[in-house]
Write a protein that binds this ligand. Structure first.
Ligand SMILES: *[C@@H]1O[C@H](CO)[C@@H](O)[C@H](O)[C@H]1NC(C)=O
Ligand SMILES: *[C@@H]1O[C@H](CO)[C@@H](O)[C@H](O)[C@H]1NC(C)=O
Ligand SMILES: *[C@@H]1O[C@H](CO)[C@@H](O)[C@H](O)[C@H]1NC(C)=O
Ligand SMILES: *[C@@H]1O[C@H](CO)[C@@H](O)[C@H](O)[C@H]1NC(C)=O
Ligand SMILES: *[C@@H]1O[C@H](CO)[C@@H](O)[C@H](O)[C@H]1NC(C)=O
Ligand SMILES: *[C@@H]1O[C@H](CO)[C@@H](O)[C@H](O)[C@H]1NC(C)=O
Length: 642
């Protein structure tokens, strides 16, 4: 293939047609430039599109890229009507018609399609024979110079060109091939045939702003196209417009010169619960402004590393805006056997000013404060208290009290109960049971034991009572008589005891017997003597009663005129009698006997009895008759004695 291709090349170059072409070009097209010449060539054989392009690129510059109507007309008139079908440098790439030399897609205006084209084969398309290459009709009867899309493997004549533009054809522009020559399409900012001149901008418009400076760079010449003037400001100032001024192709600067403006920082806010003091040496919230923050009591600075903020040249404060956060105290842990109440709002529970209260569970008592408040120093005003188990003091046990408690005495707690009783001989004064209350106090007072007592006995009328306790100590009247007390009774003279002599106070407070009574002693009832009268002091003959006796007229009283009832219930003498007047002696004897009785005295009596015995012996009396007879003898003897 390459060999074959080489053959075409040789033949094409040396053919007379080629020569004619060269001759023609030199005479007609390159009249005024012989160095840079735009020239056309064609092959003398046909080949497919790919090979045609390769052939053009190998020997010339590339396949012809039709650029304008003038060129088309030129080719149509100049090229031989050899085959009428020439491949040109247009192909469908990715479904777009493209200039293969520049890879630029065709614009609608640049196309030169024949009528009804491009039709992409229409009938052949379904068979995969799509028409992706472009041929030009030359010297055809109809549609001469027009384009047709064609299958790329068809054999056609290659149409090539040699470019007129050289690398240095244009200084600041694109070289464009023309039919007979080339031209320079100058880049922006340049002019002249070879684009060798650059446009200038007004240098005087570049002014230096207050607090600023300017520095220009020149790409193509002093203050010329694409010169750039970059402005800068002193520290703390910023450009009103940051981009540099550029000299444009229209000889004007892209922008007005900027100014230098004082850097502004974001306005700071006075924090809630705090204060802010700012000083502004250059301007409000501007470069070098400083603000000092402080917080109210109970609040502390937060959200910033510093309490003094300065506005920096960057337009930022050197630290972030501070807040005033409420002071927080350490959180309370759990209170053993108790409850800590700080409110429901989690935000303020442990914050400045809030108060927590402490309470203990039932059976526990608070040791320490009942509440604590969070202070501005982030500390609680009080220490956390403890909840101590409430204990009850063991009831004070008195003598004789027997105590029984639900718990050992050392472990008495609220709800513990104690019951009480007394030793024998004592009785409980107060509650029988008591319970320890929630606050550790005994609900009922501890009772006492009192000795059991008997009713205070009264002395009997006409009698005395004398009591002594078991301890043999006398018990004074009016005071209680405890168990064991013994009371003894006695009666006044002339009275006798009716009942027990003594009684004892026995459990449970009862005397062993009733108290006795004292009754007056009674003498026998006396009767008036015959022929006489009796006159007693009392109707009843009791102790100390006196009875006097009198006899009727002419009768003489024989015996005691007055008898008294003694303490033993005996009359002081025998009942007297009233004697008729004849019996004077007897009466005297009676009187004598009475007198003898009055002369009390055992020795005298004994003496009389001895004398009587001697006389009795003298009268030889036996013992039996002694009782009946003696009165006579006595009378005589006594008379004689008197
Ligand atoms: C056009 O495209 C082809 C393939 O994409 C590439 O090889 C070639 O260099 C390109 N030509 C130009 C002038 O960009
Ligand atoms: C630019 O200006 C300087 C002095 O003003 C001059 O020396 C220099 O030649 C000038 N350059 C051009 C390219 O005009
Ligand atoms: C910010 O600037 C002020 C004033 O110079 C200074 O007192 C403060 O410490 C600075 N803060 C920081 C975080 O650098
Ligand atoms: C005491 O008894 C009452 C009533 O039964 C009960 O509510 C309370 O919790 C008890 N207290 C203790 C300390 O056990
Ligand atoms: C009895 O004695 C009292 C006092 O001795 C005397 O006043 C009274 O008259 C006497 N009565 C008679 C009936 O003799
Ligand atoms: C009193 O009389 C009684 C008999 O009536 C007698 O037994 C007693 O000895 C007498 N008492 C005195 C002190 O005379």
């Amino acid at each position: 293939m390459n060999m074959e291709f080489g053959l075409f090349q040789t033949r094409g170059c040396k053919s007379s047609t080629s020569w004619i072409c060269l001759m023609f070009l030199c005479s007609m097209l390159c009249m005024w430039t012989n160095v840079e010449c735009w020239s056309y060539y064609f092959s003398d054989t046909t080949m497919n599109w790919r090979n045609a392009r390769a052939w053009c690129k190998e020997h010339y510059t590339d396949m012809v890229a039709i650029q304008n109507q003038e060129e088309i007309e030129h080719l149509n008139s100049w090229l031989p009507k050899k085959s009428s079908y020439y491949w040109i440098g247009i192909r469908k790439i990715n479904d777009v018609w493209t200039w293969v030399g520049t890879n630029k897609s065709l614009t609608a205006e640049a196309t030169n399609w024949a009528m009804g084209e491009p039709n992409n084969g229409k009938n052949g398309q379904s068979m995969g024979l799509s028409e992706d290459c472009v041929e030009m009709y030359i010297k055809r009867d109809v549609q001469a110079g027009k384009w047709n899309d064609e299958r790329c493997n068809k054999l056609k004549t290659a149409l090539c060109y040699t470019a007129a533009c050289k690398s240095d054809s244009c200084l600041h522009g694109d070289c464009v091939e023309t039919i007979n020559s080339h031209k320079c399409d100058c880049f922006e900012g340049f002019y002249g045939d070879k684009c060798e001149h650059v446009v200038h901008c007004n240098k005087d418009e570049i002014t230096v702003p207050d607090k600023g400076s300017v520095s220009c760079t020149h790409k193509y010449g002093n203050f010329s196209y694409d010169s750039s003037c970059q402005y800068a400001c002193q520290e703390g100032y910023q450009l009103s417009m940051p981009s540099p001024l550029r000299c444009s192709a229209s000889k004007t600067w892209s922008e007005q010169p900027p100014t230098c403006e004082l850097v502004q920082c974001e306005k700071l806010l006075q924090p809630e619960s705090g204060s802010m003091k700012c000083s502004d040496p250059l301007g409000s919230s501007s470069f070098k402004s400083t603000c000092v923050f402080a917080c109210d009591e109970g609040y502390e600075l937060a959200g910033s590393t510093s309490n003094t903020l300065q506005c920096e040249a960057s337009g930022r404060w050197n630290a972030s805006q501070p807040r005033c956060a409420v002071v927080r105290c350490p959180e309370f842990n759990y209170l053993e056997n108790g409850v800590i109440r700080c409110g429901d709002d989690a935000e303020i529970r442990f914050s400045y000013g809030n108060t927590c209260s402490f309470t203990c569970e039932p059976g526990y008592q608070l040791v320490g404060p009942s509440s604590a408040t969070c202070t501005s120093a982030a500390e609680w005003s009080e220490q956390v208290p403890r909840c101590e188990a409430i204990t009850c003091q063991s009831p004070e046990v008195e003598a004789h009290l027997i105590t029984r408690c639900s718990e050992p005495l050392s472990g008495l707690r609220p709800n513990s109960t104690c019951s009480f009783s007394c030793e024998p001989g004592f009785e409980l004064q107060g509650a029988q049971t008591t319970q320890c209350s929630e606050d550790g106090q005994w609900i009922e007072a501890v009772p006492t034991c009192k000795a059991t007592t008997c009713p205070v006995p009264e002395a009997p009328t006409r009698g005395q009572i004398s009591c002594s306790s078991s301890l043999s100590s006398p018990v004074s009247p009016g005071t209680p008589h405890p168990v064991g007390t013994v009371c003894a009774f006695s009666c006044d003279e002339g009275h006798e005891l009716q009942g027990e002599l003594s009684m004892e106070c026995a459990h449970p407070g009862q005397w062993t017997s009733r108290a006795p009574t004292c009754t007056a002693v009674r003498c026998s009832l006396l009767e008036a003597p015959e022929n006489g009268h009796i006159n007693c002091s009392t109707s009843e003959p009791v102790f100390n009663s006196q009875c006097s006796f009198t006899c009727n007229q002419d009768f003489t009283l024989d015996g005691h005129e007055l008898l008294t009832c003694d303490r033993h219930g005996n009359w002081t003498g025998a009942n007297p009698t009233c004697q008729a007047p004849s019996s004077k002696v007897a009466a005297i004897t009676g009187v004598a006997a009475g007198g003898t009785a009055l002369l009390s005295g055992l020795s005298l009596t004994m003496w009389i009895l001895k004398r009587l015995k001697r006389k009795a012996t003298k009268f030889e009396l036996n013992s039996n008759s002694d009782i009946e007879v003696p009165p006579q003898s006595y009378k005589n003897s006594i008379d004689s004695l008197i």
